[in-house]
Every structure is written in C-alpha cells, then in structure tokens.
Write a protein of this length. Structure first.
Lengths: 290, 409
C-alpha cells in the first residue's frame, strides 16, 4: 500500500477523533466536577441525534445549523436531570449512582425504540457524499465540517472555563468542594450547570455524528463505552486528555485495521487502555490522586 | 313407610353411555373441527435483529388475502418474539405451545431456529422454518420440523453458480476481486465455504484480499480504503443492512466504483437500503433466495404486497414467510385435523407446484428439507429489484458494469 493510503486514513481518523473527543469531553467535565460517572452518556448523545434527525426530516434543517439550538436543549435536559434526579444521589454510595444512571440509560434506549422503532435513521444533507480531492488525498466533506465544528465547540468550552466567572466558579468547585461551600458558592447550582454543559457537549457531538453515522436507538451504549475508553485513556477529569484520548483511540483503531485485521480494531484500542491502566492509571494527561 | 329405590332402567343406561362416549370423544371431535389453525409465528421482533423480524411480519400481514383466494383454510396467528436471543426463543416457543399454538413457524436466525426446533420436537408440535440456513437443523432426524429455505451449502453452491451465469450473460471474465465480510458466524462460515467451493465452479477471478470487519462497525472508511487499494475489478460482500449502507457511502466518498458488487447475503436488496441511499442504491447484485417474478402466485403476492405496503419492495423475508404460512395452510387442509401427528405427516407430504420462490416448487425430502430451492441474481435498478439470472426467472437485462457513483445526479 502506498503512502497516500496511510495519509487518507490518518486525515479521516483525526477528523472523526475530534468529534469523539468532544463527546468524551462532556463525560470528563461531568466527572471532573460533579464526581458522578455518567453511564447514560452515549444514550444522551442519541437523544441529540434523534432531535437532529427529526428536525431535518420535518423542516430540512441542516445539523450544523441546528448545532447550537440542540446543544442548548441538551443543556436544559442535563441541568434538569442533575437538579431533579441526580443531586439527591451525590452523597449516596457510588453503586446507587451507577444503578440510577444505568436505569436512565435503559429508559432512554427503550423510549427511543418505542418512538422511532429499530430501523436506522439518517440525515442526507446536500453534501452528504461530497469529498475534496487534494492530489492523492481525498477528504470526506462531512467529516471535515464535523471536525471543524468540534474544534470550535472545544475552543468555546475551554474559553468558558478559563475566562468566565461561572467557569472559574465551576473549576473552584471541582478543585475544593469544601472551600467552594465556605466562600458561598451555590454548589448544587454549579453541579447542575456542569451537568448541563456536559450534556450540551455530548449533544453537539451527537449532532455532528449524524453527518457521519446512521442513528439507531441501540447506538447509545456503544458510544457510552467508547467515551469511557477515551476518557480513561486521556485522563478522567482532564479536558485536553479527552481530546487526546479521542485522537489516540481513533488512530490506534484505524492503523490496526489497515496494518492487521480490521475486525480486530477494537482489540488494539482496548490494548492501549490496558497499557494505560497498567503504567499510568490516572490516564495520559490525568492528575495522580496522590 | 315404604322406601322406594330408584333403579336405573334401560333408558337411563343408554343415555349415560351416550354422555360418557361423547365426553371421551370430545377432544377428537374438537381436533377434527375445521376452525382456524392456531399458528405460533416466532420471530426476532425486538433486539438487534428487530428490523428483519418486523420485515418478516409484513409477509405474515399479506398472507390472509392470498390464502382466501386460493381456497385455503384460515389461520389464527399468535405472535412470539425471540428478542434476538436463543434462550428467549426457546422460552417463547414453549409459551406459545402452552398458550394453545397448534403449529409453529419461524424464526429467521439459525441459532434461534435451532432452539425452537428442539422445543417443537420435544413437545411434538410441528415447526415450519421460514428462514434459517444452518444445515444441522434438518440433520437431526426431527419428525416435526420442515424447512423451506436453502441450507448454507445450498446457498453457497447456488450463489457461485449464479455468479458464473452473470458473467456469461455479461460476456465478461473479471480477473480480480476483493472480498469483504462481517466477522461473525455467518460471515466467516460463508468465507470458508466460498474458498472451499471456488475451484469447483472455476470462477475467472483471483481474490486479492479478504477484509473481515466488525458487524457492529460504525465506520468502514479504513476497510474501504484497504479494498480500494487492491484496485480489484469486482467487490464481493457478505454482510447485513447496516454495513451495506456504510460500505456504499464510503465507496461514494472515496470515489471508487468497481465493475460489479456481488452481495451474498442480506442488506443490499432491503427496503431501508434503497430508501436511505436513493440513486446510490442502484447497481449492486444480490445473490439470494428470491421470488420468481414470472410465477402466477408471485404476481398475485406482488400485487397484494403493493396494495398493503405501497412504499416497499417485496423481498426474501416476505416471500419465505408467506410461503411458510402457505405450506401450513395447505397441510392443514389436507390433514383435515389439528392433530400434530396428522399435521406433521401432511407437511412431509407437501407438493406445491404453484409457489412464489425460484425453483420447481415446495417438496420436502426425508429430512424435511426443500432441496429444490434456487437463488436468483437480483440487481438494484431505480430503487427496485429486478431478476437477471437464472434465465427462467429473469425479468430484466443485466446492467454491466455498474454506473459510476460519481456520474449519478
């Protein structure tokens, strides 16, 4: 195989990896602040995907145009979920939190199955099959747009946490829970805001993913698992780690598929995960508990 | 005071004897009644195979009108769901029987069908397999199980033979192929079989690369990049609906149109594929068990299907599910009874010449297998399927090579 084959694969994977990274970023943000592992993360993404599918089918609204409104709707959903349902579980054992979020995930999957049925739904934009050719390099247009949008959303998120007063308060809350209470921060509200931001992230990623993959109700658990692999590899709670994890897992899978057997791609991704857990349990960019 | 004792007289004795005889004979009388036969239709209606199970159900939905027009008895359908799971298939088969099902039909997936067949044989309730190709099912010596669907060896032999037919019709002899298949029991089994049988059919091409991929893959860009790099003339695929759509999208995006795409499995002829991809769905050739569009009953079924489901194309799932119920109604009529043994005997004696699928008709061998079934080469054209081979079942000319994806509006 020529160099152009590798180049094509790497470019495609980097673009998809950025979207995966944004999805995992939501999970990382929620865990980093609220300390709750969102086992319904992929399922929340599938809600955003279905909203995009419905809006496209009914009003022909392009997913990229609907990115901000759907992310905003997912923010409200995440905020309400944390404030009304998850908040009472914050001080309970982790097993209770786990069961609660698994239950939420199952409810989401089955509700989507009841409403939309098991068939795959798709969004056929005018550029769905476009690609750009630059010499031997062929770049998938949808992946390029999705990757660019993922970079933009990530930059906005980084800026929010670094420069805005609420972002700073959320970071303070994540750094020192007791200290945040002492200085008078409304921790419950900040937790709900954080969960909302995490949901908005995964919602934005979901909208972009509709350009790349078909949507089925059963897609959620697959992405929940993928998000976990990415954040554990990159470092649970680390925002740059989530992006790095997305790119690393994507590249590992692609190159394994190209050089070895495509059906064993996931095996290589999990091998990376095992290596990280063995030699750097906090993840590549995660902070050590000590 | 005298005590009078009522002694039974001759009339009382006769009346009592008649009542007793009627009570004893009641089950036999009920069994011989000509009311609707209760058919437990067990399919994967939920879980990962739900789409296919629900598609099979469409074959059930169009059956009553056709059976009535043929003068066959009415059937009462009892729905069972395998939930795409072998253990659940077994449990639901048992439940259907305990709820009064007098015969079973199902179950699309070979593993689930095997479980249902075991239950049917244990309980002595007949089973008609609509779809399910694992050869072992009809190799067990079951007395209550018949199958109207090709086994894997039958499928493989026929699919390779049909490829040769297509090459002959097109007047071509491609030299190279790349083979992509799902990495599950179905895909790997087909792969082994194809490699084993290729020398027998003296096919003109060499397989340059074999690419196995995850059946739950979300993205097949790497796989298609690898296949394209071989620069093969034709693409052979064994997969399902989801990967058929993923592969086609990648072929378009990566600007590669082989001379032909041969699919040896489901996916490429399914309604969802055509609906999702529109003009991009045209061209691929599926080598599958199919209906003979020239048969009288096939025309009647097509008309009924178009009436009930105007937006869908009739396919394998509908045809073989319909034929399963046709076999049951025909056997019930001849048996004249709901007695399981009588039904099983009638099933084994089936001889339906006027059927829907390609081949001489429906007749079972001693093992309960219809060995006369034939595959067809079916090409997607204008969002529909046309049969291009075998010649006796063809209703359209082959389009070769397939039109470039880049030239489609």
């Amino acid at each position: 195989m020529g160099l152009d084959v590798y180049l094509n694969v790497v470019v495609a994977v980097v673009l998809t990896g950025l979207v995966y990274g944004l999805m995992a970023l939501g999970l990382s943000v929620i865990f980093g602040v609220v300390r709750v592992v969102n086992f319904a993360h992929g399922e929340m993404m599938s809600i955003a995907m279905y909203i995009a599918v419905v809006l496209f089918a009914a009003l022909r609204l392009d997913p990229l145009v609907m990115l901000v409104p759907i992310a905003a709707a997912m923010f409200v959903f995440g905020y309400a979920l944390q404030a009304r349902l998850i908040n009472p579980f914050i001080t309970r054992p982790e097993s209770s939190q786990f069961l609660l979020l698994v239950a939420v995930a199952i409810i989401i999957v089955n509700t989507l199955l009841i409403i939309f049925g098991p068939d795959a739904q798709t969004i056929q934009t005018s550029y769905a099959y476009d690609s750009f050719q630059l010499g031997p390099l062929i770049v998938d247009a949808t992946k390029l747009y999705a990757g660019a949008a993922a970079i933009l959303v990530t930059c906005v998120l980084f800026a929010f946490f670094r420069f805005s007063p609420i972002g700073k308060a959320i970071r303070a809350c994540a750094d020192n829970y007791t200290g945040a209470l002492v200085v008078g921060l409304d921790v419950n509200r900040l937790y709900a805001l954080t969960f909302g931001i995490g949901a908005a992230c995964v919602g934005a990623a979901g909208v972009m993913m509709t350009l790349i993959v078909d949507v089925t109700p059963l897609i959620g658990p697959t992405y929940t698992l993928l998000a976990f692999v990415i954040v554990i590899t990159g470092g649970l709670g680390s925002m740059p780690g989530a992006l790095l994890g997305g790119l690393l897992i994507g590249l590992t899978e692609a190159l394994a598929g190209l050089l070895f057997v495509p059906s064993a791609k996931s095996m290589f991704a999990f091998a990376i995960l095992v290596l990280v857990l063995l030699f750097r349990p906090q993840g590549i960019l995660g902070k050590s508990a000590s | 005071m005298t005590r009078t004792r009522m002694l039974p007289n001759r009339r009382h004795l006769l009346a009592g004897a008649a009542a007793t005889a009627a009570a004893v004979a009641a089950p036999a009388i009920v069994r011989a009644q000509s009311g609707p036969l209760k058919v437990g239709v067990i399919l994967p209606r939920s879980g990962f195979e739900a789409g296919i199970g629900q598609d099979c159900q469409r074959g059930v939905d169009v059956t009553p009108a056709i059976l009535k027009s043929l003068g066959l008895p009415e059937l009462t359908i009892m729905n069972g769901d395998t939930e795409s799971n072998v253990d659940t298939a077994r449990e639901h088969a048992e439940k259907l029987i305990s709820d009064g099902a007098q015969i079973l039909m199902g179950a699309f997936d070979s593993g689930q069908t095997t479980a249902v067949a075991q239950v049917a044989e244990q309980k002595g309730i007949p089973l008609v397999i609509n779809i399910g190709s694992a050869p072992e099912i009809t190799e067990q010596g079951y007395k209550f199980v018949v199958r109207n669907f090709p086994t894997v060896p039958m499928l493989l032999n026929d699919e390779l033979a049909e490829q040769k037919d297509v090459f002959d019709i097109a007047g071509v002899a491609p030299k190279t192929a790349v083979f992509m298949h799902v990495n599950d029991l179905f895909g790997t089994g087909m792969s082994k079989g194809i490699h084993g049988l290729m020398p027998k059919y003296n096919l003109p091409y060499t397989i340059l690369d074999e690419i196995a991929y995850d059946p739950a893959a979300r993205d097949l860009s790497v796989e298609v990049t690898k296949a394209k790099a071989t620069n093969a003339e034709i693409l052979l695929v064994v997969g399902r609906l989801n990967d058929a759509m993923l592969l086609t999208r990648e072929l378009v995006k990566q600007r590669w149109t082989p001379q032909a795409i041969f699919s040896m499995g489901p996916g490429w002829y399914e309604n969802q594929y055509a609906k999702t991809l529109g003009k991009l769905s045209d061209g691929p050739i599926s080598l599958v068990p199919w209906y003979d569009p020239n048969k009288k009953l096939a025309k009647a079924l097509l008309a009924e299907f178009a009436k009930v489901f105007p937006d869908l194309n009739m396919n394998t799932n509908h045809v073989y599910t319909f034929e399963g119920l046709l076999i049951i109604a025909d056997a019930y009529k001849r048996a004249g009874s709901t007695d399981p043994k009588a039904l099983a005997e009638a099933l084994h004696a089936t001889n339906i010449v006027d059927n829907v699928s390609i081949g001489p008709g429906i007749k079972f061998d001693a093992k309960g297998q219809n060995v006369g079934l034939k595959c067809g080469a079916v090409q997607n054209r204008d969002g529909k399927q046309v049969t291009v081979a075998p010649k006796e079942a063809a209703n359209a000319k082959l389009e070769w090579p397939m039109k470039s994806y880049q030239d489609r509006a």
